[in-house]
Design a protein around this ligand. Structure first.
Ligand SMILES: CC(C)(COP(=O)(O)OP(=O)(O)OC[C@H]1O[C@@H](n2cnc3c(N)ncnc32)[C@H](O)[C@@H]1OP(=O)(O)O)[C@@H](O)C(=O)NCCC(=O)NCCS
Ligand SMILES: CC(=O)OP(=O)(O)O
Length: 332
């Protein structure tokens, strides 16, 4: 069974409630109907009830079995505003501001997850990644013992000779613009754990650079070398190695030539990029030029699952990320 089918089967086995805060958007509405028909999750659309109902009618989307929460009229709005105020008052938020902010479906949806009125959230077809991350960081916060929220893409490649039979995780492609060495080490460890938990593979983590094992000297390379050292010290049980160029990481013959003693070189199935410029460009290159399916960005490190989409996503992408979010919610 392929990865997406596995996620869907798991999601169906214990149905969770997932919020779509871009409730009046066409792809979200179409996805909501598919998710409901396939029983992948119990969908909550957040937004103006009138707009959602009118748009659904125009698109021929059947809303039965789907819950709509309108922040302007919901009986939950007051409670959520008060909870937001309590969480953010030490940062200077007033109750008046909280009452305004909670009208934003992104904040309303995030608060639904925080207060267990839903188990997960997916957005990003319209909003930017920052629009999802800010309420997430302010309200959901990090899981116990985790200091850095980051993200990964599940890359399903056309050529199964790479990664784990064509499956790879790429990180961080969406959250941390310029992680320092400690943050980069944390991203590597978190992504290795995500590879084990979601893909059920034995992670082989390559810390990517433009240098392989000292072949180039530069401060940008130093960060990757130091992050690799930190990650290995923190988790000697994990196969993490670097610094490696991309070809040394994924092509067996090049790995043997450039990093002959590495247990990861040539076999990597988790690629950790040195910064967000490289990560975001890297995943889009593989998606667009190599025709890989890119699922995500899936967030890791939040106390509860909230996930992003690319604004270029399809209806199918939304359905897939909702299934994965539901599986993450089962594992909470
Ligand atoms: C993630 C991002 C939104 C955070 O921005 P920010 O300006 O630091 O946000 P805030 O200052 O409002 O931070 C909110 C809180 O989260 C914390 N925080 C920020 N990034 C964090 C991270 N990666 N992990 C954990 N906590 C984080 C902040 O310390 C702050 O805590 P506090 O309010 O309790 O003091 C920002 O880094 C960003 O825009 N990243 C790039 C997203 C993007 O454009 N991706 C490309 C397309 S996918
Ligand atoms: C993940 C990502 O790059 O999102 P967007 O394309 O919406 O900026």
């Amino acid at each position: 069974m392929d990865f997406v089918s596995k996620m869907k089967e798991l999601a169906k086995s214990d149905v969770k409630s997932i919020v779509l805060p871009e409730g009046n958007e066409e792809r979200n509405l179409k996805a909501a109907q598919i998710i409901t028909e396939e029983k992948l999750a119990s969908v909550v659309l957040v937004g103006s009830r009138t707009e959602i109902e009118e748009k659904a009618k125009a698109l021929g989307v059947n809303l039965s079995g789907i819950t709509i929460e309108d922040p302007a009229t919901s009986e939950k709005t007051k409670t959520y505003a008060e909870a937001l105020y309590e969480l953010r008052k030490s940062k200077g938020m007033t109750l008046e501001t909280a009452e305004k902010v909670i009208q934003d479906p992104m904040y309303f949806g995030t608060m639904m997850v925080k207060l267990d009125d839903a188990q997960g959230m997916v957005s990003g077809a319209v909003h930017t990644t920052g629009d999802l991350l800010r309420p997430g960081l302010q309200i959901i916060k990090t899981a116990p013992g985790i200091s850095v929220v980051s993200s990964f893409f599940i890359m399903l490649l056309k050529d199964d000779k790479y990664g784990a039979e064509g499956q790879m995780l790429f990180a961080d492609c969406a959250v941390n613009p310029n992680p320092n060495k400690d943050e980069l080490a944390a991203i590597a460890i978190a992504t290795a754990e995500s590879a084990k938990n979601l893909l059920k593979i034995d992670p082989k983590v390559a810390m990517l650079s433009f240098s392989s094992m000292g072949s180039a000297k530069h401060e940008l390379v130093d960060k990757v070398v130091e992050a690799t050292k930190i990650a290995k010290e923190l988790r000697p049980d994990l196969a993490i190695d670097g610094e490696l160029q991309l070809d040394a990481a994924i092509v067996e013959s090049v790995g043997k030539q450039k990093a002959p003693t590495s247990a990861v070189a040539g076999k990597a199935n988790v690629l950790v990029f040195p910064d967000l410029q490289a990560g975001n460009i890297g995943y889009k290159l593989v998606q667009r030029l190599a025709g890989a399916e890119a699922i995500g960005p899936i967030c890791q490190g939040f106390a509860k699952p909230i996930n992003d989409l690319s604004r270029g996503c399809s209806v199918e992408d939304i359905v897939n990320v909702v299934a994965i979010t539901a599986v993450q919610a089962q594992n909470q």
